[in-house]
Design a protein around this ligand. Structure first.
Ligand code: SF4
Ligand code: FES
Length: 257
């Protein structure tokens, strides 16, 4: 297969970026999008040109490192990570635009590589869980309803790829933050720090420059892990409860939590 690529090139975070055109041919239809970029890079290096910088790690849809905006769609066609997009999904001879994820919270480091550490700082703001370390506890000592367990595990599959942010017209990270909060706040182990976690993660999300949610729903559609938008409702609910708890505590109605 052959493709006409328009790829974003940017030398460093402060440099002005531009699209550059590359023609690639002799591409195996079963090559992944990243393998096609590998082939292009081998050819650029052989011609003495700078290869295109892009991120990847597992190349199995697990780590979330590889997100690209392909023809304006986070990760490209289909609800999968960029490493799981295959060239057979494009028409032979197609023109394809390739950019980094766009968000105030994701500065471009070089070409297609963005700095996603803002998402790590939101997780970090959520803190830790004060479960006692030591021998494995008896599972039946802490019963968890199967539906609660399932909802927590459904949220826990977030891989931190940032596609939800890139898809949202507001650049909101609420699907990501909701997923990271929900999987801890639903389970008994997450209860002692529950309210502190909600307040702290929402504050970190705002400080990182991500926008708010106005129910566009694009995040859910773009998420390769099919995280439900319900986690945003959960995040809002937990935040409201946390603020009420803070108010009550200030007025001396209850002990700190
Ligand atoms: S919620 Fe989905 S799209 Fe957003 S970071 Fe997690 S896995 Fe990626
Ligand atoms: S490289 Fe790990 S999810 Fe794509």
């Amino acid at each position: 297969m052959r493709f006409k690529l328009h790829i974003w090139r940017q030398d460093d975070p402060s440099a002005e970026g531009r699209f550059e055109r590359y023609d690639v041919d002799d591409i195996d239809p079963d090559a992944s999008f990243l393998e096609m970029l590998d082939v292009l890079n081998y050819r650029l290096i052989a011609a003495g040109e700078d290869p295109i910088a892009f991120d990847s790690d597992c190349r199995e849809g697990i780590c979330g490192a590889c997100g690209l905006l392909i023809d304006g769609i986070p990760h490209g066609p289909g609800q999968a990570t960029t490493c799981q997009v295959f060239m057979r999904e494009f028409a032979d001879g197609a023109e394809i635009r390739v950019e980094p994820f766009q968000s105030a919270g994701f500065p471009v480091l070089r070409d297609l590589v963005i700095d996603r550490s803002a998402l790590d700082r939101i997780i970090q703001a959520g803190g830790y869980i004060t479960v006692t370390a030591g021998p494995k506890p008896e599972p039946n000592a802490t019963p968890v309803h199967p539906e609660v367990q399932q909802a927590a595990m459904d949220a826990a599959v977030c891989i931190g790829c940032g596609a939800c942010v890139a898809a949202c017209p507001n650049g909101s990270a609420m699907l990501f933050t909701g997923a990271k909060l929900t999987h801890l706040n639903l389970l008994p182990q997450g209860q002692p720090e529950r309210f502190h976690r909600a307040r702290s993660m929402v504050r970190a999300m705002d400080e990182e420059g991500f926008g708010g949610c106005t129910n566009h729903g694009e995040c859910e559609y773009a998420c390769p892990q099919e995280i439900s938008i319900k986690v945003i409702g959960e995040l809002n609910r937990e935040y409201r409860k946390a603020m009420v708890e803070k108010l009550r505590r200030r007025r001396g109605f209850m002990k700190p939590q």
